[in-house]
Design a protein around this ligand. Structure first.
Ligand code: SF4
Length: 223
């Protein structure tokens, strides 16, 4: 069984709660969504067998926080992932999954071997993807078995009603999870700052912990 992989590289995590941690990144090709703000336009890949990917991961010999499975959407390759995760677990690696938070059945298949889940919440007004809240709810109900934090891109177009929907979902399913508000890197940051402060205050009133973390790798010119 083969998976399409766009790139494998080492770098530091550039977003979310594990910002700055050194990781081995495995970026899978293809995604089941097409968000308007997507900055991961992949146009090439190589096909790997699970054992081939494991051999390549083994070439990275420094100390790493974890292997980050990212994309695209890594959960499009569940059967492949299962085999890779079994191999990398034996090798002592921790597993960090970056996901768009919509494929709950696929997550169930691999969650035993995942340590940390960075789950996106696609706000309809930001992503242009329509209403994915039921998919997100099902996904989060599985993800809570492990450490999970949530991430939402905030744009000028993001509406308060989407934030309220997200806060209600978090309170219902995983009240201790942190919601990372990530300003869209391609928009005027000073305009976004005002919205971010307001959203933070609303979240506080609703007893959900948030933090504002921009994509540091873009600011620092890292991969
Ligand atoms: S889920 Fe992520 S990779 Fe997929 S289209 Fe949206 S932003 Fe791009």
């Amino acid at each position: 069984m083969k998976a399409k992989i766009a790139e494998i590289f080492e770098s530091v995590q550039g977003e979310g709660l594990y910002l700055g941690e050194k990781q081995i990144f495995v970026r899978f090709f293809n995604c089941n969504l097409s968000c308007t703000y997507c900055d991961t336009k992949l146009d090439r890949f190589m096909e790997y067998e699970p054992g081939e990917l494991f051999e390549e991961i083994k070439l990275y010999r420094d100390k790493y926080h974890s292997v980050s499975f990212t994309g695209g959407e890594p959960l499009l390759y569940t059967n492949f992932l299962k085999e890779v995760l079994a191999l990398t677990s034996e090798h002592g690696h921790k597993h960090y999954l970056e996901t768009n938070g919509t494929l709950s059945f696929e997550l169930e298949e691999v969650i035993d071997r995942i340590d940390i889940i960075a789950m996106d919440l696609k706000f309809p007004s930001s992503s242009g993807m329509g209403n994915l809240w039921n998919m997100h709810r099902k996904f989060l109900k599985v993800a809570v078995k492990k450490e999970v934090f949530l991430k939402a891109i905030i744009c000028q177009a993001t509406r308060e009603e989407d934030l309220m929907e997200a806060l209600s979902l978090i309170r219902e399913v995983s009240p201790s999870s942190v919601l990372v508000l990530q300003p869209n890197s391609y928009e005027n940051q000073s305009v976004l700052n005002e919205k971010l402060s307001r959203f933070k205050e609303i979240a506080k009133q609703n007893k959900v912990t948030t933090c504002v973390i921009p994509q540091i790798h873009k600011i620092m010119g890292l991969r």
